[in-house]
Design a protein. Structure first.
Length: 185
């Protein structure tokens, strides 16, 4: 009758996906949403075919994620003409347009997207969302930049699963610097 409840145990805010009756297997489906669960009671209210505008209460972390999402949505709106051009090029198999967009505009958009994420991390160093975003940057950022951003995070966030992953990534990367003893292999 449109209601559900589930219980479980988590020890820290945890990223999760909630799916309803999906029309296609894609995170952009109207019946799916990424959210942050917290180890406390939360309430969600979703309308079928409109999960993106659902109400989620009881999760400070998800509220922070909503702030980040609004920043990304504003960026995507700004770059909508570029996305439209790319989509149009793909629909008619116009390789010239696709290559032009991919080689000129898309890298600028991706850099702005990264800068938006990095700004959020600096602005919300106590947020588990920041650790999640920083983890996604481990392959993109130079090790010294990654280390500097990691140091900004609060102790609790550094000790989270994502924080531990980032710390291990930094430690392993530092062991490969020129002039250091090579790890066993």
């Amino acid at each position: 009758k449109g209601f559900f409840q589930f219980k479980g145990a988590i020890d820290e805010p945890t990223q999760a996906y909630f799916y309803g009756n999906r029309k296609f297997n894609n995170p952009d489906d109207a019946n799916s949403i990424l959210l942050f669960l917290e180890p406390r009671q939360m309430n969600v209210l979703f309308e079928v075919n409109d999960f993106k505008d659902g109400q989620i209460t009881g999760s400070k972390t998800h509220a922070e994620y909503t702030i980040y999402n609004k920043q990304i949505e504003a960026l995507q709106k700004k770059w909508k003409p570029m996305f439209d051009s790319l989509e149009q090029g793909r629909s008619v198999k116009d390789e010239k347009t696709i290559n032009l967009v991919n080689n000129t505009q898309l890298p600028i958009y991706l850099k702005e997207h990264q800068n938006t994420s990095l700004h959020f991390i600096k602005q919300y160093p106590y947020s588990y969302v920041s650790a999640s975003l920083l983890r996604k940057q481990t392959q993109e950022l130079p090790l010294d930049s990654l280390r500097a951003l990691f140091q900004l995070l609060s102790v609790a966030v550094k000790e989270s699963r994502n924080g531990s992953f980032i710390n291990d990534f930094i430690t392993n990367g530092e062991s490969l610097f020129i002039g250091t003893k090579a790890p066993d292999f």
